[in-house]
Design a protein around this ligand. Structure first.
Ligand code: ZN
Length: 181
C-alpha cells in the first residue's frame, strides 16, 4: 500500500513539474523552485463508486516568486489542464507565502536553461551575508551572449519586475538579468 501511494505521489509530482512559468517558458515551476509539494488527496469512494483514477484529486503547493509577477493565475490554469489531461478530477492550489521564495530555490539546471535562453541567472546567494535592507551587494552580472563581466545595469525594471535590464559593454547587447531575491 505504501509503495502504491508513493508511486501515485511521484506521478502527480511529475505531472506538476511539466508546467512552465508563463513569463520564462523555458523554465518549469520545478526549475524555478516554486513547486513546493504535491499531495494526492484521499479518494472519496462513496462519491464515485466506479470513478477509479478519474476521481483522484491532488493538492499542489506553490510559493509564488516576486509578488509583482502576475503569473500565478496562469500557473494555476496550466496545472488544472495538465492534471485534467491525465485523468485527475480536481486540483487544489495551495499558495504558501511564507517562507518567501528566493532565487536560491532555483535549480542549477534551471539557471543553466535561463542563461541559454539569454537571461542572466541570479548570481550570488540571497541568503548569504545577511545584507538585507537597502544595501545591495553588487555582484558582477555575466553577459549571457559573450560571458563578459563588463556589464552595466540600465534599469532596475526590465520586461517584468522580476528582471533588470542590463547592457554588455563589450558586445553592446542588452539583456535581462533575473534579480536575486
Ligand atoms: Zn556581451
Amino acid at each position: 500500500m505504501r509503495t502504491q501511494e508513493r508511486t501515485e505521489e511521484q506521478r502527480a509530482w511529475d505531472i506538476a513539474s511539466t508546467v512552465c512559468d508563463p513569463e520564462i517558458p523555458v523554465l518549469t515551476i520545478e526549475d524555478l523552485g516554486i513547486l513546493r509539494g504535491v499531495r494526492v488527496l484521499p479518494t472519496q469512494a462513496a462519491d464515485q463508486p466506479d470513478g477509479g483514477a478519474s476521481s483522484t484529486a491532488v493538492e499542489v503547493t506553490i510559493t509564488p516568486t516576486y509578488s509583482g509577477c502576475p503569473a500565478m493565475d496562469a500557473i494555476g490554469d496550466d496545472l488544472r489542464t495538465a492534471f485534467a489531461k491525465e485523468g485527475y478530477a480536481s486540483v487544489h492550489i495551495n499558495l504558501v507565502l511564507s517562507p518567501a521564495w528566493t532565487t536560491d530555490w532555483m535549480t542549477e539546471s534551471g539557471k543553466a536553461k535561463l542563461e541559454e535562453y539569454g537571461i542572466a541567472p541570479p548570481s550570488g546567494m540571497a541568503a548569504a551575508g545577511g545584507h538585507s535592507g537597502p544595501v545591495r551587494l553588487s555582484l558582477a552580472v555575466k553577459c549571457p551572449q559573450c560571458n563578459s563581466l563588463n556589464t552595466k545595469e540600465l534599469t532596475r525594471f526590465g520586461s517584468t519586475s522580476c528582471k533588470a535590464l542590463f547592457v554588455c559593454q563589450d558586445c553592446k547587447e542588452p539583456f535581462d538579468y533575473f534579480k536575486v531575491l
